[in-house]
Design a protein around this ligand. Structure first.
Ligand code: ZN
Length: 362
């Protein structure tokens, strides 16, 4: 396993922990460990646990534990015509890593989508991994159909400027289909209409927040995963059993931060400073936040003040009389403001879940 490139890999987990504390809800921290071409040893699974030891009161969950419920959901969506079987020309390489339908291929040539797996060698699309060219043939696959949905019914998103992303996806995907099965053996299969389909693991990952809880669920994820958030939202709308809130965390850019500062914040001994920096030092005015050295150093240096602040934050909840102190705090920090608005608007029982795209960091 490679080292995390930035300590801010943990920011969604940290923010999820804080929100679960505020909401006094169950906290599920998800790790996607399924992979078509490799599997983790039990030792590697216990390393996941160790990495997140500093996050309190959480339940780590793995996509592998939701295969049964996921397959049942896919079958249900097939029965309701939200998932259909289509036979389309699909280009597949020998090892199976690279596979694309004709329409995905068109997108590839136009926008260079899928460049990490496929390259154009003298006019032939070739898999970078097995170095064999892609063969185009007809394959039956499962597709999720995008129908007209009302976004506002069962969903809220914070910060609210992310609404426009949801609307963009809703309009651009309307009446189109997304392939949710693969020609290769992904290790997750379903028999539908007497035919065996290998299901896309990334699609499984997107359904888990809805499988975790049938009522209120708050999903915390990076804005880098807006498309995944949209799919979760779309599924929540069509299965009509979850009220879903989304918190899209800004992506924290660290190009302006000195290496020794990042090294300090990556050290397990300094998790408290990292937590405070994520909770209080990062603005939410835009999707990408360029962090400065000076902001990091503030949270690294004043140790005593940090301890007091951390103690205060750890003890805040909405059922205490600290509300006014909390309001003072939120006037300074838009991040906390968003959470408070959500809680004020919708009191009740919640489950919070954080989605970490772990596999891509390994
Ligand atoms: Zn290949």
């Amino acid at each position: 396993m490679k080292e995390m490139r930035t300590p801010f890999f943990f920011s969604t987990a940290i923010f999820g922990e804080y929100m679960a504390n505020l909401f006094q809800s169950s906290y599920y921290l998800g790790i996607n460990s399924l992979h078509s071409f490799k599997s983790y040893s039990e030792e590697e699974y216990s390393n996941f646990e160790k990495k997140f030891n500093f996050i309190s009161n959480k339940t780590l969950y793995y996509d592998r534990d939701y295969i049964h419920d996921f397959v049942e959901l896919v079958k249900q969506l097939y029965e309701t015509n939200d998932i259909c079987i289509m036979n389309k020309p699909t280009a597949v390489c020998e090892c199976g890593r690279a596979e694309m339908t004709q329409s995905e291929l068109n997108r590839f040539s136009k926008d260079n989508v899928g460049m990490q797996l496929i390259e154009n060698r003298e006019g032939e699309l070739t898999c970078r991994y097995c170095e064999k060219k892609l063969i185009l043939d007809n394959h039956e696959s499962l597709y999720l159909s995008f129908k007209e949905i009302e976004l506002s019914q069962n969903t809220e998103i914070y910060p609210s400027y992310l609404d426009s992303d949801f609307n963009h996806f809703r309009k651009s995907l309307l009446n189109s289909q997304m392939r949710i099965s693969r020609v290769r053996n992904t290790g997750v299969s379903a028999v539908i209409n007497n035919r065996l389909f290998y299901l896309d693991i990334d699609f499984l990952w997107k359904t888990i927040p809805l499988l975790l809880c049938k009522q209120h669920v708050v999903v915390v994820a990076s804005v880098k995963h807006m498309f995944s958030l949209f799919i979760i939202n779309y599924l929540a709308q069509i299965i009509k059993r979850n009220k879903v809130y989304f918190i899209g965390l800004p992506f924290i850019e660290t190009e302006s931060v000195r290496k020794d500062v990042l090294h300090f914040l990556s050290d397990e001994k300094h998790r408290k400073a990292l937590k405070l920096l994520v909770l209080l030092g990062v603005g939410w005015s835009q999707k990408n936040i360029r962090l400065q050295d000076s902001t990091c150093k503030y949270f690294m240096s004043s140790r005593l003040k940090n301890d007091e602040l951390f103690e205060f934050l750890s003890n805040v909840s909405f059922d205490t009389n600290q509300w006014h102190e909390m309001c003072e705090l939120i006037t300074l920090h838009t991040q906390l403001q968003n959470v408070l608005q959500l809680k004020k608007k919708n009191p009740g029982n919640y489950k919070s879940t954080t989605m970490l795209n772990y596999r891509r960091n390994i």
